[in-house]
Design a protein around this ligand. Structure first.
Ligand code: B12
Ligand code: SF4
Length: 504
């Protein structure tokens, strides 16, 4: 999935400029490649955004662009917290000519103007004329021209599979996940999270009409190119104001603007039956829930006591009954975790409807209260962990286990949840559901496995498919014999199915 900021800032760029978008995940380049690209394309200004975990690469790219004589502006959560690092004011190398702090919706046009005049300032802060920080209200919200933007780099369907899938029909020639925001901000202030500090605890929403129009545009594009588009609502807590979320979902349904979507919602907000009904009816397929831990002491320790592990099972049942499934996210290495935390968590997970569990390690991100607490307590082992980023590796010592023990727990979580046996079991427990759901779970599990066990390139995929061949053949056979409810299990929007029908 691409990042939203680049589409948003493109839409906010004065129309006299041409903007080219490169996503480093979809179109990786090395230093020489990016330098060649900016020269060949005669680029006048480069904007780079990155999360903490990708900042080391972002700095290398920025250095290469600046060495090619083109100015660089950096923005996003990491440089907002660490502007001196990006500007070389901390004694290190300077990577950026300018840094955009915080939300740049309103500062970006000014940055472009200053760049044209050759007068870039070091720092652009989102302040109003009198000085205090100004949060973009999101009303009005720029209309992102999804019908015109070249999305080739974001097609998830492997090129080799195009011809076959086109023949199968059902609009599966292309499949893209598109980020859409309906609002910003979260007041909960979990200790490890960047969001409350960055977007503030003032929650802002777009109008329902503006969100609905964006969905209609995306739906029309998918149809016109005989492809599939799913939406990721990137709001940090899509139902933070339940009344407003319900009203948005009702408007989506009334406008027939349903597409398949994923959203992030905290478990406490999913107690509401009517909300879950509306989620299902409006096209919601997967809900990402930050469960973090099954231990209330851990949750209280990171200011997330509003998560009640005792109600996780009921929340997941409520979703599954409406054929909506959950991506359940856990953090190991929290202060009350001890050896065996993976097994204890897995025991609980096994009692829930199958979903997509993911496991990470508590990570002190710069600017978070967690970072400050661990630093003050002398517990950071790699205070600038982002400069030598290593996936799934801790940067501080947990209290009741060692770093390597915490690493082993995460490995166990992934190993046991994504083994061929576990995947087969997840699919089998859904035997009473239409074939489409089981295919959905299978494909999602095979993809999510790659978060921990990188499966880059065709050979890695051949291996994964071979390991899971029994489950794959079983579903294929069912599809070909028609036992699963519809041929081959691939629903077709072209055949006039409602996009929220059970078969999807
Ligand atoms: C979508 C999302 C994802 C997607 C990312 C897809 C992808 N291609 O990588 C998924 C779900 C995969 C994901 C995963 C992760 N994510 Co994430 N994610 C988000 C989320 C929810 C939305 C991002 C977004 O679009 N925001 C809306 C836009 C408008 O805001 P924005 O990106 O900040 O952009 C604005 C400004 O920052 C600025 N800006 C940004 N870039 C630039 C560049 C320039 C040049 C300029 C001028 C301005 C500018 O202008 C924009 C408009 O105001 C944010 C939370 C959030 N609300 O932002 C977390 C967030 C970015 N993720 C976070 C984290 C930690 C992760 C993970 C590391 C989690 C984990 N433990 O695995 C992984 C890492 C993934 C990876 N790629 O390596 C943290 C990052 C904190 C940090 N300091 O880096 C955030 C802030 C959430 C949090 N709880 O703290 N994530
Ligand atoms: S609920 Fe989610 S977005 Fe809000 S502060 Fe907690 S982790 Fe961050």
């Amino acid at each position: 999935m691409p990042h939203l900021w680049m589409f948003l800032l493109k839409a906010l760029t004065p129309s006299s400029h041409e903007v080219l978008l490169i996503d480093g995940n979809a179109q990786p380049m090395d230093e020489a490649g990016i330098a060649r690209y900016v020269r060949e394309q005669k680029i006048g200004l480069v904007g780079i955004g990155a999360m903490t975990r990708m900042i080391a690469k972002a700095y290398r790219m920025a250095d290469a662009v600046r060495a090619a004589g083109v100015p660089v502006v950096m923005g996003g959560p990491h440089v907002t917290e660490m502007p001196d690092e990006a500007l070389g004011r901390d004694g290190g190398l300077r990577h950026a000519d300018a840094v955009a702090l915080g939300e740049a919706d309103e500062t970006w046009p000014k940055i472009v103007e200053d760049a044209v005049r050759g007068k870039l300032k070091d720092v652009y802060a989102p302040v109003d004329d009198f000085g205090p920080e100004r949060k973009p209200p999101l009303q009005p919200y720029p209309s992102i021209p999804w019908n015109e933007i070249n999305l080739d780099q974001f097609n998830i369907v492997p090129k080799a599979a195009y011809p076959l899938l086109k023949k199968v029909g059902g609009g599966w020639g292309t499949f893209r996940i598109i980020p859409v925001e309906s609002g910003r901000g979260c007041p909960y202030g979990c200790e490890f999270c960047t969001v409350t500090g960055f977007f503030g605890d003032s929650i802002r929403f777009r109008t329902n009409e503006s969100v609905v129009n964006e969905l209609l545009l995306l739906k029309a594009r998918a149809k016109s190119e005989d492809g599939q588009i799913a939406v990721f609502f990137i709001d940090d807590n899509f139902a933070i104001n339940v009344k407003r979320t319900k009203s948005l979902l009702r408007d989506i349904i009334a406008a027939n603007a349903q597409v398949h979507w994923v959203a992030q919602i905290s478990a406490n907000l999913l107690r509401d039956e009517e909300l879950v009904d509306l989620i299902a009816a409006a096209g919601g397929k997967w809900i990402f829930i930050g469960m973090e831990s099954i231990d209330p002491t851990n949750l209280a320790g990171v200011n997330k006591g509003f998560n009640k592990p005792g109600e996780y099972a009921a929340v997941l049942e409520r979703l599954a009954q409406r054929n909506v499934f959950a991506i359940t996210s856990f953090i190991f290495g929290m202060d009350n975790d001890t050896i065996g935390v993976a097994e204890r968590t897995l025991q609980q997970i096994r009692t829930w409807p199958p979903g997509l569990p993911i496991f990470g390690l508590l990570t002190p991100l710069p600017g978070t209260p967690l970072y400050t607490r661990l630093k003050d307590n002398g517990r950071l082992t790699r205070p600038k962990h982002w400069q030598e980023f290593i996936p799934f590796t801790m940067a501080h010592t947990p209290l009741r286990m060692t770093i390597s023990e915490a690493h082993a727990e995460v490995l166990e979580g992934w190993n046991r949840s994504y083994s061929p046996e576990a995947i087969a079991h997840a699919v089998e427990t859904l035997d009473h559901k239409p074939l489409g759901y089981r295919i959905n779970i299978l494909v999602a599990r095979l993809c999510f496995r790659g978060i921990y066990f990188p499966q880059m390139g065709p050979w890695a995929w051949v291996k994964v498919i071979a390991q899971n061949r029994r489950t794959i053949f079983r579903l294929l056979k069912e599809g070909l014999t028609g036992r699963g409810g519809f041929p081959l299990g691939l629903p077709s929007h072209a055949s006039g199915h409602d996009s929220t029908s059970d078969a999807d």
